[in-house]
Design a protein around this ligand. Sequence first.
Ligand code: UD1
Length: 426
Amino acid sequence: MQVLRVTGGARLAGSVDVVGAKNSVLKLMAAALLAPGDTTIGNLPAISDVAIMRELLERLGCAVTESTQDSTDRVTISTPAELNPEAPYELVRRIRGSICVLGPLLARTGQAKVALPGGDAIGSRPLDMHFAGLSRMGADIRTEHGYVVAEASDLHGASIWLDFPSVGATENIMTAAVLAKGTTVIDNAAREPEIVDLCRMLVAMGAQIEGIGTSTLEVTGVEGLRPTSHDAVADRIVAGTWALAALATRGDITVRGANAGHLEIALDKVAQAGGDVEVTADGFRVVMDRRPKSFDVVTLPYPGLATDLQPQAIAALSVADGTAMITENLFEARFMFCDEIARMGADVRTDGHHAVVRGRERLSSAPVRATDIRAGVGLVIAGLVADGTTEVAEIHHIDRGYVRFEEQLRSLGADVERVESATFGG
Ligand code: UD1
């Protein structure tokens, strides 16, 4: 088993580059299914989720090639005229994001058989809004033998209200609506930067979408879409992770290739904690020279504070001066992370979807396990502010979303290494 061995004490200082967002790239890759021909996506992150999405697209009939141009990674997806509409369980279960092939497959082939991804470590993740929206557009949807089977000989426009601004449901409905007959209105749509990114790519492919970036999207179906070339939006969660790592370690980190406008609340929290935040032309810099002050966190759909930054915020708060209240409104099981960081001496108490963090001067090293991607990096940040050497196991989670994480940490001065450990925790 591979673990990250993190020795605490260093102040992170230097520059890091952020590339395209995992949560955008996976959807952009799936959207390539909508147009026969070669679609290229740039600013590609070299993460394991992209490799799995690649395998899935190949299984659906695409040829996929990766290349590097001007030192950025790109992927070209050659989509055939005839697609295989079945997404198998062995791939879907490895990345939940792969459910985003449902809308494009249905729109292109009139049918889709996509394995149900099941639950995961951040909690119950139902797909009811995806299914209700596609049903309203005329799809017949049923689940059988662990698969969602969808058929639609004639997808048509519809008026759809989402009970909650779900990112995945907005994406699946939108990518089906771009080729449906008539106009689909999605009310209470998600407006994350990754949704805007997908809209922009779809428009470049010839789609008609109004209201981009608002909570009402109006999509008028067109006869066909054409392939395009598109660079993925910067990963705001990776950028926010660096901001919180700078805060926790009293560091000085310049983040390049990011959009500070996508992190307004997170950077405002960093400033409240005493960090000096400077927005630059291509990112931001966070300088921290003292112990952070506590701040409260409420996770909400964008433009609220991202749930994907919650564990990293708790890591910083666990060494802050004061008491913080965390309210998690999206994924209840995300607090499993609190049990791990508590093993490192963090004073965290949870009750339902609230947690109270009483800051300590320092944490103490312990063997801990990453329960999901963001919990993994949260534990690494905790290790950086702990006495001794912390071993973080299950780091395949971190590799799903962070490019060469430990190398970047080392370039900032951290004492971190990836080692094989046969005796983790023993
Ligand atoms: C995406 C991101 C994930 C991020 C999340 C919220 C990807 C691959 N993942 O996940 O990293 O944490 O957005 O920003 O992009 N819900 C339902 N029924 C549904 C759909 C969702 O009840 O049909 C609920 C979920 O349980 C959750 C909330 O709605 O409580 C938001 O989920 P959603 O926005 O759909 O998240 P994902 O798209 O799965």
